[in-house]
Design a protein around this ligand. Sequence first.
Ligand code: SDX
Length: 391
Amino acid sequence: MPSPKAPQPPPSTLSTPELIPGLAGIPAAESSISFIDGQEGILAYRGHRIEVLAEHSTFEETTYLLWNACLPTQAELDAFKIELTAHYHLPDELLAALRALPAGGHPMAALQAMMPMLRMVSPVCNLKDPVSRHETSLRVLAAMPILIAAFERVRRGKEIIAPDPELSVAGNFLWCLNGEKPDAIEERILDCALVLHAEHTMNASTFACRVVASTETDAYTAVSGAVGTLFGPLHGGANERVLEQLEAIGGAENAQAWFQAQVAKKAKVMGMGHRVYKTKDPRARALQLLAKELFEARGTTELYATALELEKIAAEVFGARGIWPNVDFFSGIVYQKLGIPTDVFTPIFALARTAGWLAHWREQMRDNKLFRPGQIYTGVHDATWVPIEDR
Ligand code: SDX
């Protein structure tokens, strides 16, 4: 029973700020961690262009750069790796909790659930102490690849494989996932993919991480919120859907008809478009080169041919609208060629982006202000209470 004509809200004495849907382009913080020029297709971490880092750096070195705002000396990098691998071993009670998770659940749901549990078995972080913040950062990042690989093994009915502190983050992930030491090409390609996915200014999951962190909760809770945000198909979950999309097309010869049908029903083409990039995502370019190198070394896949044909067809229609391949368009075909299950693609994105999320958490904690935006109220005022028997 609608209430009687709602009283009109009093004329606002303040000029009504304009609502920007999705806060598109609205600065939420000052940050010196990374920079994007969406028109020119530029991405840089602490001023270093992503193409240079992809070619010359490693995930560990890039993480050090993101966290410390400078490249490490060899001694600093060696020490950082030792610090990180010192946290590879996870407590048995944590792994027991992981074994109890529903095996049919999505690995991203498992990862999000494990973050608060990691907090339960870790020392309390003193948010005001940079040393304590660093220790917590190491614990969170070190645990990520091990938890992702362990859940994959458990849900397949296999034993969890103990991490090897001699291996890099990328190498250790492949070792814990497959039980085989990765060869040099596989390890380097995954390591490069982790560098490319590590950080990306104020994307949805990083914003979520900073909002949660601003309440002065802990990094585990902030990263758990970020994992849940990344899971969405409009964000990190797109890489999994791109592979499903390419498989559904069923070959390059079908790409034109498939694309026309998508456009006709105004359906999204996954792996394309971006809130900031209005040209091809520089990470898509780099991942395409990785795919090319991997397929030349290991044999191509039909999905790569389909992806190239879809990209060409889409450019003719979407290009003028600034809709181009993004980071998710080629990543899945690389991961599939590395033998990684499709629903583990987004967890790999989360593993890489944990470096960026923690860089933002540390930055937020250095000069924290609780996030509490406003709203434009569109409801009623002074509603009349009607007893239920009279409604
Ligand atoms: C990531 O922000 C980041 O930095 C994210 C990320 C990171 O590293 O953290 O880069 C990672 O999330 C990459 C994006 C992965 N998502 C996808 O690939 C899903 C498909 N893409 C779209 O959903 C879309 O492009 C978004 C969500 C990514 C961005 O869209 P916007 O900026 O919110 O713009 P919009 O959805 O309002 O689209 C504007 C127009 C619409 O058409 P109209 O209603 O104006 O007619 O462009 C169309 C959209 O329909 N459009 C697309 C499209 N993307 C935009 N149409 C078809 N296919 C697409 N992919």
